[in-house]
Design a protein around this ligand. Structure first.
Ligand code: NAP
Length: 291
């Protein structure tokens, strides 16, 4: 195996969670405020149930108040909007997260827009997206925020780097590109209509893969020495009836070429929850009148 640095997202996330827990203690001591995160799940999607359970456990472990709301898969959109309105008004709730995806009969955009932007723990509200794009004070979406921390753990100054982001979703690709632009990278966003994806990817000093296409990015797509951040999580067959998690990057090939790379699992995934806790702490701190 060649010398690519394997970026340890688990260790970095543990460190961030410890920093957040210390911040929670400070806020409790100084202002008597316990940060509270409300997580809302609609329906019984198995992956979403696991995510919500993990988020609640991490919230409690950081010393915060965790509130969980479970609505049935056929819950009316109006019921969900009413719950969000109630959570917006509650003084002990500083962060609100509605687990996506939502059932098809619910308009996800309407739901995202109903969350008070100051309590938008996921950073998906258009006001926060606009703040991020225009250089204002934004709640940054957790996954790209975590990716940036991992990137900067390898290369503190990203200015001038050629960055390519594969994927243009509102929750990963676009905010990731914006964060990299804010770090003075020269950024290209690629998507399913992009021509010559391998050639474009090979230009990247920083390559972030967020397509959801298992192991699409081959070793030959990577510029030698590049930093590769793999956001994808897919479960694939591993023989004998077993499955395993893989990312968007063909890891065994990529590790031979890249300078540094995040593994799946143990890379971006753990950072997402840690950044969610950080967003909640920041929201509670702001609600309590700042630091
Ligand atoms: N680790 C974590 O915590 C975390 C968090 C969030 C998401 N994820 C994972 O990250 C991946 C992406 O998530 P997402 O929510 O951003 O997904 P998404 O909404 O499905 O977006 C995927 C993006 O990839 C692009 N794409 C799809 N196939 C492509 C191809 N063959 N070539 C080039 N671009 C292609 C799509 O292009 P078009 O726009 O043209 O369709 C789209 O912009 C998924 O595997 C998801 O599970 C992980």
């Amino acid at each position: 195996m060649a010398g690519a640095l394997i970026i340890d997202g688990k260790a970095r996330a543990q460190a961030l969670r410890a920093e957040v827990a210390a911040g929670v203690e400070r806020l409790k001591a100084a202002r008597g405020v316990t940060p509270g995160l409300a997580v809302v799940l609609v329906g019984e999607d198995p992956a979403s149930q696991i995510y919500v359970r993990n988020k609640a456990a991490a919230t409690r472990a950081a010393g915060m108040l965790s509130l969980e709301y479970k609505l049935s898969a056929d819950a009316a959109e109006t019921a969900l909007l009413a719950l969000i309105g109630e959570l917006n008004r509650r003084g002990d709730v500083h962060g609100i997260l509605v687990q996506l995806p939502l059932p098809a009969h619910i308009d996800a955009r309407k739901v995202i827009e109903a969350v008070d932007p100051a309590k938008d723990a996921d950073g998906f509200h258009p006001l926060n997206a606009g703040q991020l794009a225009s250089g204002g004070r934004a709640v940054v979406p957790c996954t790209p925020a975590g990716c940036l921390i991992l990137l900067k753990s390898v290369r503190a100054d990203l200015a001038g780097a050629r960055a390519v982001v594969l994927g243009r979703s509102n929750i990963v690709g676009k905010p990731m590109a914006q964060l990299l632009l804010n770090e003075n990278c020269t950024v290209t966003i690629a998507h399913s209509r992009t021509r010559d994806l391998p050639g474009l990817a090979r230009e990247a000093d920083i390559l972030v893969a967020a397509t959801g296409r298992a192991q699409m990015v081959k070793g030959s797509w990577i510029k030698p020495g590049a930093i590769v951040v793999d956001v994808g999580i897919q479960r694939v067959a591993a023989g004998e009836g077993k499955t395993r998690l893989v990312g968007d990057v063909a890891f065994a090939q990529a590790v031979e070429v890249a300078g540094a790379i995040t593994p799946v699992p143990g890379g971006v995934g753990p950072m997402t929850i840690a950044c969610l806790l950080q967003n909640t702490l920041e929201a509670a701190t702001a609600a309590a009148g700042g630091r």
